[in-house]
Ligand binder design. Structure first.
Ligand code: PAF
Length: 296
């Protein structure tokens, strides 16, 4: 069993038009490939809500901050296609680069506000690259629903905002972060960790969950996050970029979790940048959260 692959917008649109003629609901799961269980959980969620599911695979050069990072990004289309077929996804859209950025391409979608702060500080231009490619993927697929993981929480806000602002008729569906059994949030970048770094990496989630518990009890973010930051550095992280409490609804900075909130982190282990976040409002105790998030 193989998943059909579309390489051009014309092929993609022909498939979608045929589905539309039969009144089918279409979902899209945007990815850059190197699919792991987190991506597959998005595909399963999409299959639950739509009649046809398109998975896109495009390693978007505009969202990388360095050529080295772009060059090192895993390219595993064959394996990705093999993982998608048994799930029942209907189409893999793996376009030629020219189908996304034709010669002379000169438009940028830039989402003010939610793109600033957090990753926006450390990855200048990253969210413009994401917003531009996601807008193109939404318009090219014409999907009714799009599925994104909560692990990239700021990205989720950027995507929601652009769809709303540009009146793109698509429902953005957020899916919970999928974790390894030791709590590490799944990411295509985890495969770059050395065995020693991989042993250290789960401490990031452990520290976040502990901080979330204290913040949910009303402790001030200043002291909780200072201690959590120290714990992350003491555990062997090479550089902590940010560790912040932000409102779930609009990512505004918070001093206490007096409304639904997230605690978000970005940290480096060697050459690998890891991000993660945990809901403070949904805090129900460590065991419960670990069960929820590692169950996929
Ligand atoms: O989350 C990702 O993999 C990428 O940022 C996305 C949404 C596919 C855009 O390139």
């Amino acid at each position: 069993m193989r998943i059909p692959i579309a390489r051009t917008v014309a092929e993609l649109r022909a498939a979608v038009a045929a589905w539309r003629q039969n009144g089918l609901k279409v979902a899209v799961v945007p990815t850059m490939g190197a699919l792991h269980d987190g991506h597959l959980s998005l595909v399963r969620a999409a299959l639950d809500r739509a009649d046809r599911v398109i998975v896109t695979l495009f390693i978007n050069p505009k969202q990388f901050n360095s050529q080295a990072d772009l060059a090192a990004y895993p390219r595993t289309e064959h394996d990705d296609a093999a993982k998608l077929a048994p799930l029942g996804a209907h189409l893999l859209y793996a376009p030629h680069a020219s189908e996304i950025y034709a010669e002379g391409f000169s438009t940028t979608v830039s989402v003010a506000g939610v793109s600033n702060g957090l990753c926006g500080v450390y990855r200048p231009g990253h969210f413009d690259g994401v917003a531009t490619v996601v807008t193109k993927l939404f318009l090219q697929t014409g999907a009714d629903l799009a599925f994104f993981g909560e692990k990239d929480f700021q990205q989720l806000h950027v995507v929601r905002r652009l769809a709303r602002d540009l009146d793109i008729p698509i429902e953005i569906v957020a899916c919970p972060t999928v974790r390894e059994v030791d709590g590490l949030a799944m990411s295509s970048r985890n495969q770059h960790l050395t065995p020693a770094q991989r042993r250290v990496a789960p401490m990031l989630a452990a520290v976040l969950f502990e901080a979330a518990e204290r913040l949910a009890e009303g402790a001030p973010s200043k002291s909780v996050l200072a201690e959590a930051g120290e714990a992350i550095c003491a555990a062997g992280c090479d550089r902590l970029e940010y560790l912040e409490l932000r409102a779930e609804e609009d990512l505004s900075p918070l001093c206490t979790a007096d409304r639904p909130a997230r605690v978000l982190v970005a940290a480096w282990l060697g050459n690998v940048r890891l991000i993660d976040n945990v809901s403070v409002s949904r805090w129900q105790g460590a065991d419960q959260v670990y069960k929820e998030t590692t169950a996929a």
